[in-house]
Design a binder for this molecule. Structure first.
Ligand SMILES: [Zn+2]
Length: 252
């Protein structure tokens, strides 16, 4: 039988292709890995350290809203009222000194089904102290929370998002998971951000499993409450459920 034109064609074209398979494989791997590496070690959603949580890998349409630096009589009650209205839950990373000052607000948070996380006693930068001092601070805050609401925090957020191996060790010793926030989900509510800018920033970038950062401390602003009212309504219409960080962690 004579030469088959189709087989001949494939023989000719497959040879160089196969000879360069290593190059093709390398290009394929670069294509897969490049999007996450474009901004260095921290991707659009967070970093790589397995001891720190920036987001949760889940297919469920759920997110965790978090509020730092409170409780504060200025805006915490309004935030709780909004969450209640939409049957949503959130996590409050409280300061030990604020919990001591406003114990009733801490009790209301827990009664309303919210999670209370540890944010240190007085908002110190934990990386500037020894592991033993960090652990001492976390333990002191845990004890304050326990005395008021009889629950111990499962999660902690280091002030300024600052952590070191020592901070991670102290948190592990306290039995608290270190939780930051998804890179694109910082409301920037403690800056001069307008309500519409905050709403756009949060909703535009949101993905299932994201952890969103707000503040309800002394620096808490009415804009946070106004933005939250719109965000909660938008999340409802987008089919998102707001859960606590510990609930979100169970959805992965
Ligand atoms: Zn803070």
């Amino acid at each position: 039988m004579g030469h088959h034109p189709v087989t001949g064609f494939w023989t000719l074209s497959l040879h160089p292709w196969l000879r360069h398979w290593r190059i093709w494989l390398a290009l394929l791997l670069i294509g897969i890995m490049a999007p996450g590496q474009r901004v260095g070690q921290v991707s659009r959603r967070g970093g790589q350290n397995p001891m720190v949580t920036w987001y949760v890998n889940t297919r469920q349409r759920a997110v965790a809203l978090t509020f730092d630096d409170g409780p504060s009589p200025l805006i915490t009650p309004e935030i709780l009222a909004l969450l209640k209205k939409y049957h949503d839950r959130a996590t409050f990373f409280v300061l030990g000194q604020k919990a001591l000052k406003y114990p009733r607000l801490l009790k209301t948070e827990v009664q309303d089904g919210m999670e209370v996380g540890n944010h240190t006693f007085g908002h110190i930068n934990l990386t500037q102290y020894s592991t033993a001092e960090d652990y001492g601070d976390l333990r002191r805050t845990r004890q304050i929370i326990w005395r008021i609401v009889h629950t111990t925090p499962l999660v902690m957020r280091p002030p300024y998002g600052a952590y070191s191996p020592g901070v991670l060790q102290a948190a592990a010793q306290a039995g608290e998971r270190v939780v930051l926030w998804s890179s694109a989900e910082n409301s920037l509510d403690h800056t001069n951000s307008s309500v519409s800018a905050m709403v756009f920033r949060i909703i535009h970038n949101l993905r299932p499993g994201d952890i969103v950062l707000f503040h309800d401390g002394n620096g808490g602003r009415w804009e946070t409450v106004a933005a939250l009212a719109i965000i909660l309504k938008d999340l409802k219409s987008l089919g998102y459920q707001c859960v606590t960080v510990s609930q979100l962690l169970k959805m992965q």
